[in-house]
Structure formats: structure tokens, C-alpha cells
Ligand binder design. Structure first.
Ligand SMILES: Nc1ncnc2c1ncn2[C@@H]1O[C@H](COP(=O)(O)OP(=O)(O)OP(=O)(O)O)[C@@H](O)[C@H]1O
Ligand SMILES: Cc1ncsc1CCO
Ligand SMILES: [Mg+2]
Length: 266
């Protein structure tokens, strides 16, 4: 049986939880998407902070609600800081999320991601080529983009979840979210999202935000994917192209209300 769509009533509960807790999210991400990642979290109802110095990351990771590690523009000093942040997060019981940008394309980040996987991420969010690579079932992608469809990567996502204990989200036209046993689908979104840099990276930041204090991590990660996709559809209707889409996406994330969701059908 194909995965069921994530119920909007559960999304409403998760959005209400996020807005009530406004989690502090420690973001170590690539240089390209810093601004959109911070704005997506602020619009959705979380509190982002980009603390990157190796001397500071351990202290900050321990006081955050969740940590995001995104290897999009990885280099040795950044990687050292990421490892320190992850070790501190684990010691403090803070969940951390991996975004394995372009892991199928370059050996340096592939080795880094292999090491990071040993440090037990709470969640992994990637496009299909990235998830296939991490699961050892392919090595593809073109730069930061996927050359595979998310449907094809669902078995890989399930295997990766079982191997690592992480909840895995593989995104594309439909997103799939799995803990290795169960899976949700979030079919919302628009292809225009692939023409704005950082929609996936910002979604990973949102995954981290929902993972903070989550009573159910599978639902938390699915809620992030559903929220990004639903807001993306609403933004598409209100925009003329990538530039106005970005502003409309932030507006739609901000306006997405639990009460609207429960009135909608899945
Ligand atoms: N064809 C599509 N139709 C609808 N939504 C899409 C489509 N492709 C991607 N999306 C949505 O776009 C967002 C980003 O997913 P994508 O898989 O493109 O991430 P990514 O490749 O890691 O992006 P980036 O690295 O540029 O940040 C998700 O919300 C996803 O659901
Ligand atoms: C374009 C780009 N290059 C490295 S990271 C990144 C952001 C999208 O993943
Ligand atoms: Mg990506």
C-alpha cells in the first residue's frame, strides 16, 4: 500500500505546538541559504540563530532546541565546528538534523556525511539522489540537484532510517517521510520551488524546528514537509515567478493557521 497523505489535523496540532514553543534552532548551513533559512523559520514561528565559530558552537548547541547541519558549502573549519556542535547536542540530548547536500557528487562531503551518520541524527532531509547515495543504493545528482524521483528513493529512505535510527524525509514532487517502518506522503508543493535557491535547505531548517521537543518525530518531520509544501502551493497562486514566489512563500508560512487547516480536506 502506498504511504498515506499526512493528515491535516495532525499538521494543525504540530503547527500549534511549534508556534507555542518558538524553538531556538542552531543552524550550521551553507553560505547560499542563510537568509532564506532564517526567514522561513521566523515566518513559521521558530527562532533561528547562525552560530558558526568552533569556539562557540558547543555552548550554543547545548542550549538550543535543535541543531541543523547542512554540508552545502563544507570546508575543513566548518566541518570541525559541525562535529563539535553535534557532539555537544548529543551530550545535551538535543536532536540534530542532517541535510546531505550533493553527497552523491563529491567524495569529501561523502566521507564527512558517513562520519556524521555515526553520530545518530534525529532526522535526515534530502532530495532523492542524496538519500539514495546515503543508503548506498546509488550515487547521483547534478550539482545540488536531484537526478532521481522521490518515489524511486522511498525504499532507500526506509533502509536509511533503519540503518541510522533517523526519521528520513526524501523530497521532490511528493515528499516521503519514514522511520523505516511507517511512511507518510506530503503531496503538496510546486515545481517552481526548485527554481528558488534554498527551498530544500530551508525546509531542513524547518525539520529541525519541528524536531525540537517533539513527542512524535515522524509526525514532526512530516509536518515540516507539509507546511513547506502547502505554503508553496498558496505562494504559487499569488506569484509571477521565482522572485515574488519567495516573498509569497514567507507570507504563506506566516499565515498558515491551524484553524484553516482543520477546515481543509486532505
Ligand atoms: N516537482 C515538484 N513539485 C512540487 N513540489 C516540489 C517539486 N520539487 C520539489 N518540490 C518541493 O520543493 C521543496 C524542496 O525540495 P527539493 O527536493 O527540491 O530540495 P533540494 O533539492 O534539497 O533543494 P535545495 O538544495 O535547492 O535547497 C520541497 O518542499 C519539495 O516538496
Ligand atoms: C547552490 C548551492 N551551492 C552549494 S549549497 C547551495 C544551496 C542549494 O542547496
Ligand atoms: Mg538540498
Amino acid at each position: 500500500m502506498p504511504p498515506l497523505n499526512f493528515p491535516l489535523a495532525r499538521l494543525a496540532d504540530e503547527v500549534a505546538r511549534l508556534r507555542a514553543s518558538t524553538p531556538l534552532v542552531h543552524i550550521l548551513t551553507n553560505e547560499v541559504v542563510q537568509e532564506i533559512s532564517a526567514n522561513v523559520l521566523l515566518a513559521a514561528g521558530a527562532a533561528p540563530a547562525m552560530i558558526v565559530a568552533e569556539a562557540e558552537v558547543a555552548d550554543f548547541a547545548a542550549m538550543a532546541g535543535a541543531v541543523l547541519i547542512n554540508v552545502g558549502t563544507l570546508y575543513p573549519a566548518r566541518y570541525a565546528a559541525m562535529r563539535a556542535a553535534v557532539l555537544a547536542a548529543n551530550a545535551a540530548g538535543v536532536p540534530w538534523v542532517l541535510d546531505p547536500v550533493a553527497v552523491g557528487v563529491l567524495a569529501y562531503r561523502r566521507e564527512a556525511c558517513r562520519e556524521l551518520l555515526q553520530l545518530r541524527p534525529a532526522a535526515i532531509r534530502g532530495n532523492a539522489s542524496e538519500i539514495l547515495t546515503l543508503a548506498g543504493m546509488g550515487s547521483g545528482g547534478r550539482g545540488v540537484d536531484s537526478t532521481d524521483a522521490a518515489e524511486q528513493a522511498l525504499p532507500a529512505a526506509m533502509a536509511l532510517a533503519r540503518q541510522t535510527g533517523a526519521v528520513v524525509a526524501v523530497t521532490g514532487a511528493v515528499d516521503y517521510i519514514t522511520d523505516g517502518e511507517q511512511a507518510w506522503a506530503t503531496p503538496w508543493g510546486d515545481a517552481l520551488m526548485t527554481r528558488v535557491v534554498g527551498t530544500g535547505c530551508a525546509l531542513s531548517a524547518l525539520v529541525a524546528a519541528f524536531c525540537a521537543g517533539a513527542p512524535n518525530r515522524l509526525d514532526a518531520v512530516a509536518a515540516a514537509c507539509a507546511m513547506a509544501g502547502l505554503a508553496g502551493e498558496q505562494a504559487m497562486a499569488a506569484s509571477q515567478g521565482p522572485g515574488s514566489f519567495k516573498a509569497a512563500w514567507l507570507d504563506a508560512l506566516y499565515q498558515l493557521a491551524p484553524t484553516h487547516l482543520t477546515g481543509q480536506s486532505a
